[in-house]
Design a protein around this ligand. Structure first.
Ligand SMILES: [Zn+2]
Length: 432
């Protein structure tokens, strides 16, 4: 009797399972949400030449097929988006930004609301991922943990927590431990004397911080300025050089170290620009692409003649203006030497405009002598590779469908990165 009861229960369960299975399949089919982008030039972010008349298919937020339209069949029931004469490229990855702290021209406004405002702003400019290299709190860690979803509609964020400082290895390691408790993705240190005005973190301290980070399985990014520090930091095991070398031209010893340690270089040229450009009214204050998001009050404050005079008279501003030229030359030398360039801007602090500065950075990289394809790869595939993002950065099967549709071809002129028609994150169109 018991046996019969069991079989009956089994049959009922099986019928239920089959019924549910069918329902599940139907549910998957609709939630798969297939979108097909046709007739479009595709730059995939790997450095391979672009595909003309391409097709890109996304299912459930990820790329399921990509290639020449003549080779790929359009699935039944898919939503078709015709992008004739447009260009599709991966979303920009900023490997050095700052998120959530600035409001207008003031810092100290860290909140979940402000983080989200910044991530939405980045997204509207086609920056689909930002690594916030310092100043991050638990609000950002929570948002980071929520972003692996097909409904995402803002830029992705990764965090460094507090920039590690300390007067002894023990003090600095306490900050590392706090960051680990927060759940950071990377550790950031600052090795700089601010043009000789402050004390620099000692070699002893950063060596122990780097060793601790590695013991905990975390990569470490270094803020720096001087060539000699770049060498010592690479020797000590730094995993990312997070600014340009700006005191002098780089040499073959540094190139050899970058290669031996397999480390990426993040130029942040617009950081330099932001230190001196407000001595006058910058040219970009007339750019509609800047003005569409800029706060008129902030523009007025930056145009204040007294403020401009102060910048003009600032010795550090004038030093950084010269440093920008050194930084550009160093970028060209290192890119030519085959060092991977991790696109980054240091945008986010006051007057370093998130979203717009990423496009300005690309223009400066072109002025430094990089070609459009090199710049795009740096801002997409290489940026992801440098940060270890396996699901991001290129338009290849299996990756998240984070991309930008451009009206003009950025391979003709990198300034065409500003001709944004639409931005997509996890296959969702961002409202702009
Ligand atoms: Zn920074």
């Amino acid at each position: 009797m018991k046996y019969h009861y069991m079989s009956f229960a089994l049959v009922i369960t099986s019928i239920l399972m089959i019924a549910c299975g069918e329902a599940d399949k139907r549910a998957t089919k609709t939630s798969e949400n297939i979108k097909v982008f046709v007739g479009v030039r595709i730059i995939d972010g790997t450095g391979k030449s672009s595909i003309e008349d391409g097709i890109l298919i996304i299912r459930a937020g990820r790329i399921s097929q990509v290639g020449m339209q003549s080779n790929i069949e359009i699935p039944e029931g898919a939503e078709i988006i015709d992008l004739k004469s447009m260009t599709l490229m991966p979303g920009i990855i900023n490997t050095h930004g700052h998120v959530g702290n600035t409001l207008g021209l003031e810092s100290g406004h860290y909140s979940e609301e402000n983080i989200l405002d910044h991530l939405n702003l980045y997204a509207r400019y086609g920056v689909t991922t930002v690594v916030s290299l310092g100043g991050d709190g638990k609000e950002a860690a929570i948002l980071r943990d929520q972003q692996d979803t097909t409904t995402l509609d803002r830029a992705r964020i990764y965090i460094a927590g507090a920039v590690v400082t300390g007067d002894s290895p023990e003090e600095a390691i306490n900050v590392v431990n706090d960051n680990v408790a927060l759940g950071v993705d990377i550790i950031k240190i600052r090795v700089d004397d601010n043009l000789g005005t402050t004390e620099k973190m000692s070699e002893e301290i950063y060596q122990s911080v780097i060793a601790k980070a590695h013991e905990l399985g975390l990569p470490l990014a270094s803020h720096l300025y001087y060539l000699e520090d770049a060498k010592s930091l690479l020797q000590a095991g730094s995993d990312l050089i997070a600014h340009s070398v700006r005191d002098q031209l780089v040499d073959s010893a540094l190139i050899a170290l970058f290669k031996a340690k397999n480390v990426c270089y993040c130029p942040t040229l617009t950081r330099e620009v932001s230190t001196f450009v407000y001595e006058d009214t910058p040219e970009f204050f007339d750019d509609p692409f800047f003005l569409r998001e800029a706060d008129p009050q902030v523009i007025e404050q930056l145009k204040d003649p007294e403020r401009q005079q102060r910048v003009k008279e600032s010795q550090s501003a004038q030093t950084y203006k010269l440093a920008l030229e050194t930084a550009k030359q160093n970028l060209k030398i290192l890119a030519d030497a085959g060092i991977q360039i991790a696109f980054g801007t240091d945008s986010g602090p006051p007057a370093r405009f998130q979203g717009y500065f990423e496009h300005l950075e690309m223009e400066l990289m072109a002025e430094a002598g990089l070609n459009p394809m090199q710049i795009i790869v740096s801002a997409t595939g290489d940026a992801a590779n440098c940060m270890g993002f396996k699901d991001l950065g290129t338009l290849e099967v299996g990756k998240w469908a984070d991309f930008i549709v451009l009206k003009k071809n950025p391979l003709d002129d990198i300034k065409n990165s500003r001709s944004i028609e639409s931005v997509w994150i996890a296959g969702n169109r961002i409202s702009r």
